[in-house]
Ligand binder design. Structure first.
Ligand code: NAD
Ligand code: DAU
Length: 350
């Protein structure tokens, strides 16, 4: 493989994947295709933007003609597909944006890849990056495995499930070589402050309330973003083609416990008396159709591909907080303008 297309590379996870591939594999030409929506930010990639094996292409995966043209021009041997609308709350407000990008956009990439290689798929790969939310919600016990039936509950997860099905269907129908990985909640530097951890770091910094949905007893399985990037590298290079791998941190937290830990750490970092930030917690109206619990069984990737999470949650959370405190310019750029409107519309009536 030589020319590798990474979609959504200016986003949170995508930027860590681009960095890893550009630095680790100088023999590859890495093309980062991103529409630069509100979630895409080239400031995430200033350290690699001038490297000779990196090219940024601004464009939209919804634009069929443009997609076909760049596939013809650059003859991508492999695609690592991360571009998506990714925030559950936004999918509740505007489901069609999710269907258009996540379902139709994925179909455009699959079609372009299939038409380019016309069945000669030797050493080619379409790698689709997906989410554990396609499996629905767990009760108090149990874990998602690769054979858990799909049961998506939000417009976001339904759109990701649909895209997973399309990738498998193209594998079955056209022998298109693929991998899919379904990962749990990521956290770390560069995450847009609409998701729980960066939103709450920002709100604590600016003295705003911490809006806890419902009873705060919802549970997520948290994974540090560079561990996810390394897992993607592992599946890309060593995964058995046609297989799905679940990726997770074996690190379950109720939202409330996580928020209390975050508050305690933020008090120390900001030099505030113990117990200051926790007073910002405000219980607000629940998310519609809120999934109670996600948790991943990562036995398959651990045993077959020898990947495991490296970062402890304590250390990862420290690094994340430090990054946001040290990158106030980044945070300021992404929270000015449209973000203010988003925040009011999303939270004013909760
Ligand atoms: P993100 O929202 O931070 O980034 C998405 C990126 O895709 C942005 O750079 C955006 O500009 C780009 N994009 C959006 N629509 C596009 C379009 N039509 N054409 C081209 N580019 C477009 O998302 P993220 O959290 O980094 O997630 C990346 C992928 O990983 C997604 O597919 C998501 O479903 C999946 N995932 C995320 C998590 C998580 O916890 N964040 C967990 C598991 C899987
Ligand atoms: O599981 C993987 C998924 O994790 C990814 O596929 C999604 O792209 C990613 O956004 C994430 O989805 P969640 O809905 O779990 O993440 P979010 O950060 O939005 O919310 C985490 C939990 O915190 C969830 O139970 C809702 C709650 N929450 C979130 C926000 C933004 C609050 O209580 N208050 C908030 O303001």
């Amino acid at each position: 493989m030589k020319n590798i297309l990474i979609t959504g590379g200016a986003g949170f996870i995508g930027s860590h994947v681009v960095r890893l591939f550009v630095n680790q594999y100088p023999q590859y030409e890495i093309f980062n295709l991103d529409a630069l929506t509100y979630a895409g930010n080239l400031e995430n990639l200033t350290d690699v933007e001038n490297l000779p094996n990196y090219t940024f292409i601004k464009g939209d995966i919804k634009d069929i003609q443009f997609i076909n043209q760049i596939f013809e021009q650059h003859r991508f041997d492999a695609v690592i597909h991360l571009a998506a609308e990714s925030h559950v709350d936004r999918s509740i407000v505007d489901p069609n944006a999710f269907i258009e990008t996540n379902v139709l956009g994925t179909a455009n990439l699959l079609n372009a890849f299939r038409h380019l290689w016309k069945g000669n798929f030797e050493d080619k790969l379409f790698y689709h990056v997906s989410t554990d939310e396609v499996y629905g919600a767990l009760g108090k016990t149990g874990l998602f495995t690769e054979t858990t039936p799909y049961d998506p509950q939000s417009p976001y997860s339904a759109s990701k499930a649909a895209s997973d099905h399309l990738v498998r269907a193209y594998g079955n129908t056209y022998d298109l070589p693929f991998n899919i990985s379904n990962c749990s909640n990521n956290y770390g530097p560069n995450q847009f402050p609409e998701k729980l951890i960066p939103l709450f770091i920002h709100n604590i910094q600016t003295g705003k309330n911490l809006p806890v949905y419902g009873d705060g007893q919802y549970t997520r399985d948290w994974l540090y973003v560079t561990d996810h990037a390394k897992a993607i590298d592992t599946v890309f290079h060593n995964g058995k083609r046609g297989e799905t791998y679940n990726i997770g941190g074996l690190n379950e937290w109720t939202n409330l416990d996580l928020i209390k830990l975050l508050c305690a750490k933020m008090d120390v970092k900001l030099g505030k008396p113990e117990g200051t930030s926790v007073q910002l917690i405000t219980y607000v109206k629940d998310r519609a159709g809120h999934d109670r619990r996600y948790a991943i069984d990562n036995t398959k990737i651990q045993t077959e591909l020898r990947w495991k999470p490296e970062m402890t949650f304590e250390e990862g959370l420290e690094k994340t907080i430090d990054w946001y405190l040290q990158n106030s310019d980044w945070l300021e750029h992404v929270t000015s303008g449209a973000y203010q409107k988003y925040y009011v519309e999303m939270y004013a009536h909760r």
